[in-house]
Design a protein around this ligand. Structure first.
Ligand code: MSP
Length: 512
C-alpha cells in the first residue's frame, strides 16, 4: 500500500537572535510544501521549533542579564509569533528545553553508546561558538577564521566522541543508492566530495559550560548542541516510544534546511541514525541564502530584514508570494523592495486580480449575480478542447514537479494559465456579446470562471487567505477545494449565486 503520510520539518531556530527573513523563508517553503501535500490528499505532519541549548544561547542570555531558561522562554515566543504572522500550518512546535525532547535525546545517546559508537577521549582543536561547530586547522581562512567567517577558539577538554569515521563508506553507499536524498543535485555533489575527503570522529560533548542536556551517567559533560538539536525530529514524534506519531511519520519525507547547515543534516544526522539502527529521512532539501538589496545580511551591517515589518508594510500574501516566486528554490535570492512591489503589482494585482475582478464584476452586473447559465453538454465539450485537456495535464505535472520539490514550476504554470485566460478574455470580449449572442457570452464567461477555479485551488499553498477569497468569490464549496476536485465532475455549477466582487490584491506602493 503506498504511504499516504508526509512528514516535513524546518530546522529548529536558535533563540539567541530575533526572527529574520531567513527564518521566514525556511518556514514558508515548508508551509507551501506541507499545504500542497495536504491538498494532494496526504496526511501531513509539519514540525518546527526552537534550538535553545548550547554556549551561544547561554552567552546571549548572560548578555541580556537573564538566566538561560528565562531568556529562552522569552525568545522562543518570537518564533511562535513569526509562524502565526506568516500563517504557517505547522502541526507541532518543539522546544529543546522541553522534557519530551530531553527524554528523546538521552535515549538516543544511550542507543549510540550501547551500540559501541561513543567513546571518551580528549578534544583539542578549533571551535566556533557562533556556528556551534568544530573545525579542522586546514579549514580555517588565512585570517584564522572559520570558513563561514565566524571567529574560532582553541579548545582542549575531555570529550565524548562519535565514531563518525566508521560510517564513511556506509554513507557513500547510501548516497549512491538514494540519488534523491540530497536536493538539489549540485549540493549532493558537494556533500559526497566532503565525505570522500575523509571523515574524522566527531566530538559530541562539551565540558566547559552547563546549558544543555547532561550526558547520561557522566553529568560533567553536556551533549553537543547539534546532536541535541537534530534529535528534535524524532523526539517530537515521541521517540523513544515507537508507537504513536513516531510509527506514523518516521522516517521524515523532507528536512528543509539552509545550505549552511546541510552538512549537519546530510552527513552527521544520517550517520547518527545508522549507528542507532533507525531509518533515515527520505530527503534533505537545501535552499539558498537571501541578500538584502545585493548585500550580505548581517547584524553588523544593520540590514537585517524584519519579516513582521515586511508583512505589515506589504501584506502577508504579497510577501509569501514574493519569497516563493522570486528565486528558484535552491538558489540564492535577493530581497529588493522594488522587486517585491513589481511582482505583486504585475502578477497578483494586474494579471490574477484583474482577471477575476473584471470577469466577476461583469457577471455580477450582467448575469443576475449568478455563475453564467451553460448546459451540461457545453461543459462536457469544453473539457475536451485543447486548453482544458492541457489544464488537466498541467495539474498532473504540477503534482510530479512538487514531488521533486520544484516549487517554482508550480507558480510558472499558474502564471501561464492566468496569462492564457487574459488573452482569451481580451480576444472573445464577452462584453460585446451581451446583445449579439448572450449564449456565447455565457459560455465565454463560464470558461473563465472555471479556469479561475483552477487558479484559486492551485494557489492555496502559496497565498492561502487570498486563494480562499478567490474561491469564496466563486462560491466554490469549502469541501471541494482539494486537487482531486480539479476535474469536470466538480466544475462550477451554473447559476450558483456569487457575492459582490471586491479587489483581492491591492496595488502596492514604495515604503521607506
Ligand atoms: N539551530 C540551527 C538548526 C538546527 S536544526 C536541527 C540553526 N538555526 S538558525 O536559526 O541559525 O538558522 C535556521 C535557518 O535559517 C537555517 O536553515 C538557515 O539556513 C536559515 N537562514 C539564516 N539566514 C538566512 C538567510 N540570510 N537566507 C536564507 N536562509 C538563512 O542553524
Amino acid at each position: 500500500m503506498p504511504n499516504n503520510r508526509f512528514y516535513i520539518t524546518t530546522p529548529i531556530y536558535y533563540v539567541n537572535d530575533v526572527p529574520h527573513i531567513g527564518h521566514a523563508y525556511t518556514s514558508l517553503a515548508c508551509d507551501v510544501i506541507a499545504r500542497f501535500m495536504k491538498l494532494a490528499g496526504k496526511e501531513v505532519w509539519y514540525l518546527s521549533g526552537t534550538d535553545e541549548h548550547g554556549q551561544k544561547v547561554e552567552k546571549s542570555a548572560l548578555n541580556n542579564g537573564l538566566s538561560p531558561q528565562e531568556f529562552t522562554d522569552k525568545m522562543s515566543v518570537n518564533f511562535r509569533n513569526l509562524l502565526k504572522a506568516l500563517n504557517i500550518s505547522n502541526s507541532d512546535f518543539i522546544r529543546t528545553t522541553e522534557d519530551r525532547h530531553k527524554l528523546g535525546v538521552k535515549a538516543f545517546w544511550n542507543r549510540l553508546y550501547e551500540n559501541g559508537d561513543v567513546y571518551l577521549g580528549k578534544y583539542s582543536g578549533w571551535y566556533s561558538v557562533r556556528d556551534e561547530a568544530f573545525y579542522d586547522e586546514s579549514e580555517l581562512t588565512s585570517e584564522g577564521l572559520a570558513p563561514t567567517g565566524a571567529p574560532v577558539e582553541w579548545l582542549e577538554e575531555p570529550s565524548y566522541f562519535f565514531a563518525l569515521s566508521k560510517w564513511q563508506n556506509k554513507l557513500l553507499e547510501f548516497y549512491e543508492a538514494n540519488p534523491e536524498f540530497i536536493v538539489p543535485k549540485t549540493r549532493r555533489n558537494e556533500v559526497i566530495s566532503f565525505v570522500k575527503n575523509g571523515l574524522i570522529d566527531l566530538s559530541i560533548s562539551r565540558a566547559s559550560f552547563k546549558w544543555g542536556i547532561p550526558v547520561p551517567g557522566d553529568e560533567k559533560h553536556i551533549i553537543y548542541v547539534w546532536l541535541d538539536a537534530l534529535t528534535n525530529y524524532i523526539s517530537a514524534l515521541g521517540y523513544p516510544d515507537k508507537t504513536g506519531n513516531y510509527s506514523k511519520f518516521w522516517p521524515a519525507d523532507a528536512h528543509v534546511v539552509g545550505k549552511d547547515i546541510l552538512r549537519f543534516h546530510a552527513v552527521y544526522w544520517p550517520a547518527f541514525l545508522m549507528a542507532a539502527g533507525l531509518p533515515l529521512p527520505k530527503s534533505i532539501i537545501a535552499h539558498g541564502w537571501w541578500t538584502n538589496e545585493g548585500q550580505k545580511i548581517s547584524k553588523s551591517l544593520g540590514n537585517v530584514i524584519d519579516p513582521f515589518k515586511l508583512i505589515e508594510d506589504f501584506g502577508l500574501d504579497q510577501v509569501r508570494y514574493f519569497l516563493m516566486r522570486e528565486v528558484i528554490f535552491g538558489n540564492d535570492g535577493n530581497y529588493s523592495q522594488d522587486n517585491l512591489i513589481q511582482r505583486s503589482n504585475t502578477e497578483l494585482s494586474n494579471k490574477i486580480g484583474n482577471l477575476i475582478q473584471r470577469t466577476c464584476s461583469f457577471i455580477f452586473k450582467n448575469c443576475e449575480q449568478k455563475i453564467p447559465d451553460v448546459s451540461q453538454e457545453f461543459i462536457e465539450k469544453m473539457y475536451q478542447d485543447v486548453f482544458f485537456v492541457q489544464l488537466q495535464n498541467i495539474v498532473k505535472d504540477i503534482i510530479t514537479q512538487m514531488a521533486n520539490y520544484n516549487i517554482n514550476a508550480v507558480l510558472d504554470y499558474i502564471m501561464y494559465i492566468t496569462e492564457q485566460s487574459n488573452i482569451y478574455i481580451d480576444r472573445e470580449a464577452p462584453w460585446s456579446l451581451k446583445n449579439l449572442d448572450p449564449r456565447k457570452m455565457n459560455e465565454v464567461l463560464y470558461r473563465i470562471v472555471e479556469t479561475v477555479r483552477y487558479i484559486g485551488i492551485l494557489m492555496q499553498p502559496f497565498i492561502p487567505d487570498s486563494a480562499a477569497k478567490i474561491l469564496d468569490q466563486l462560491s466554490v464549496p469549502e469541501n471541494n477545494r482539494n486537487f482531486r476536485h480539479l476535474t469536470k465532475e466538480f466544475a462550477i455549477k451554473p447559476c450558483t449565486r456569487i457575492s459582490e466582487p471586491r479587489p483581492i490584491f491591492p496595488r502596492l506602493e514604495i515604503r521607506n
